[in-house]
Design a binder for this molecule. Structure first.
Ligand code: HEM
Length: 525
């Protein structure tokens, strides 16, 4: 699943080379826009090459770099190209600006044509759409995802997968003293769960023979080359695509793999013999997966659009939860007190209901938790939110400006400007979260001795987006993460493999570059 070291190098080299060619990607600090509290942390503005050296020196740790720059510039930062080039960036992690962009004046800040071009594999799908055309597909999707039948089916699938896939596999690996790469495992798990949600078919990647991960690897490539496309001028990556060289060559192959995967899954779904699409009324009551809600919809008669849409839902479901889970376990491995608190919250459930997993053999019995049982748990939810505050999978949101506007922070933006909303930085600002903003502390989410979850508006806690395009899968994601984390934390102790370095990958999604290696030990309960 992980990007190979050579591709990683190739991506970095291509990024550097392509950035060196056109002068217009060089950032220039607009002196009037920065009211710095600490000018030393801001990118140095060199003659001719502008902020290019600072940018290149930090591109491998872009999110941390942006957090420092934004903390030093009152949460807002403007970067321009040299005069005449017409490239203007406004980078912000100011919640009031986020509210303006995502809600109050939402129609003035579309994702834009360049965003749609960067994610061309999802061309025409909801994810790349803007404005009024979103309304219908979004409403349809929300209807499907919130139907009681779908919700209970997804909960049952998740529970069964934990019981019959995840726990036995972990028990087996533990018994053979095999260190576990958590990110690959959660990627397999979430790929299977998301395939079931999207196609009604389990892709069975989470099994003891660890089958090849061609389609998940292709999805990772979409996100990694998407990052490349974001940071180099469009003309450059488009030329590389025409010539079929560098990262674009790898992306072309990934597109083929993903389209083939979708075609196979549709075929398997049909062969399964379920009623895929009937009359509206019957379909409404029988929707068990997203595909059956689309297959007879005239809006999706075009096979390319259907394929793009199904790929986008696979990415929305797998990438986000699959990326968040390793960060949760990474934080738990370093905070044993948080692990104890989770176990204390789970204990009363065990007292009232215990399920013994068959097949655990010498490992003894294991316990799972029903999604209904973990639903009311507030501390566990606080653990999820605290992880998403510090490690949001979509670390940067990109918008464009339709007509000239003034931000609540007082900054002017012009039609055609690009706005980057630094979601990752927003979770790390002292002014927003207090002096302990960098500490992992789930208690910050709790009130009244842990009896109430603190309300934080979505424009300040942006992990699930905000406004009309807020994530429609939030409740499902929370259910899945609670079920998985509860089972793992209750049944196993987890220890980081010594010397393993954790760092984010250069990607549109906040994956770990080297994965996350741990040793597991079955708990004696
Ligand atoms: C930790 C879990 C998750 C997080 C943090 C998350 C976050 C997000 C974010 C930030 C967006 C906006 C992306 C953008 O417009 O640039 C989004 C959109 C979306 N999410 Fe989620 N998501 C999660 C899980 C899920 C799940 C499990 C599903 C499916 C059941 C899902 C379905 C979607 C869809 C379909 C969209 C597109 C909505 C639109 O464009 O209007 N997400 N999500």
């Amino acid at each position: 699943m992980m990007m190979s070291a050579s591709f990683s190098r190739q991506l970095l080299i291509s990024t550097v080379l392509v950035l060196l060619v056109p002068l217009y990607v060089y950032f220039r600090r607009s002196s009037s826009s920065i009211r710095s509290k600490n000018p030393s942390v801001l990118p140095r503005n060199w003659p001719i090459i502008y902020m290019f050296p600072s940018f290149m020196a930090n591109v491998h740790k872009l999110h941390d770099y942006l957090a420092v720059v934004l903390a030093g510039s009152d949460h807002n930062f403007r970067a321009h190209s040299p005069p005449g080039m017409g490239i203007r960036f406004f980078i912000t992690c100011d919640p009031e600006n986020a509210r303006h962009i995502f809600t109050t004046n939402y129609t003035n800040f579309p994702k834009g044509a360049e965003f749609a071009a960067i994610f061309d594999i999802m061309g025409g799908a909801l994810f790349t759409m803007d404005g009024e055309p979103c309304r219908r597909p979004r409403a349809n999707l929300q209807r499907v995802l919130s139907s009681p039948r779908m919700v209970s089916r997804l909960a049952a699938c998740c529970r069964d997968k934990v019981e019959n896939g995840l726990l036995p596999l972990l028990a087996h690996m533990e018994s053979t003293c095999t260190p576990i790469e958590v990110q690959e495992l959660t990627s397999r798990l979430m790929f299977d769960l998301t395939s079931t949600m999207v196609f009604g078919v389990d892709s069975s990647l989470l099994s003891s023979d660890l089958p090849p991960m061609d389609a998940p690897a292709a999805m990772d490539t979409v996100m990694e080359v998407g990052f490349f496309r974001h940071v180099v001028p469009a003309a450059c990556w488009k030329a590389m695509r025409r010539l079929n060289i560098g990262p674009e060559r790898k992306l072309g192959k990934a597109h083929v793999v993903l389209r083939r995967f979708v075609a196979e899954m549709i075929q398997r779904r049909k062969t399964k013999g379920k009623h895929v699409g009937r009359n509206d009324e019957e379909q409404e009551s029988s929707v068990e997966d997203i595909l059956s809600s689309l297959i007879n919809d005239p809006d999706y008669a075009d096979d390319n659009l259907l394929c793009a849409t199904l790929i986008s839902y696979m990415l929305a479901g797998r990438d986000t939860v699959g990326t968040t889970l390793p960060w949760i376990f990474y934080n738990l491995a370093q905070n044993p007190d948080v692990v104890s608190n989770i176990r204390n919250e789970l204990s009363p459930i065990i007292a009232s209901r215990k399920v013994v997993i068959e097949g655990a053999d010498a490992m003894g019995s294991m316990v799972i938790f029903e999604p209904e049982e973990t639903k009311p748990l507030l501390y566990l939810k606080a653990v999820l939110y605290e992880t998403l505050r510090l490690y949001p999978p979509a670390a940067i949101e990109r918008k464009t400006v339709k007509t000239d506007d003034i931000m609540p922070s007082g900054h002017e933006v012009k039609a055609g400007d690009t706005i980057l909303i630094a979601v990752h930085s927003m979770g790390r600002m002292e002014g927003l979260w207090g002096k302990d903003c960098l500490d992992y502390n789930p208690h910050r989410w709790l009130l009244q001795d842990g009896k109430k979850l603190r309300y934080v508006p979505s424009h300040k806690f942006l992990a699930f987006n905000s406004g009309p395009r807020m994530c429609p899968g939030k409740e499902i994601a929370v259910m899945q993460m609670k079920t998985i984390v509860a089972a793992l934390v209750w049944n196993f102790d987890m220890e980081l493999v010594e010397g393993h370095r954790i760092q984010p990958k250069m990607s549109c999604i906040l994956q770990m570059k080297n994965g996350f290696m741990v040793n597991l030990k079955k708990r004696e309960i």
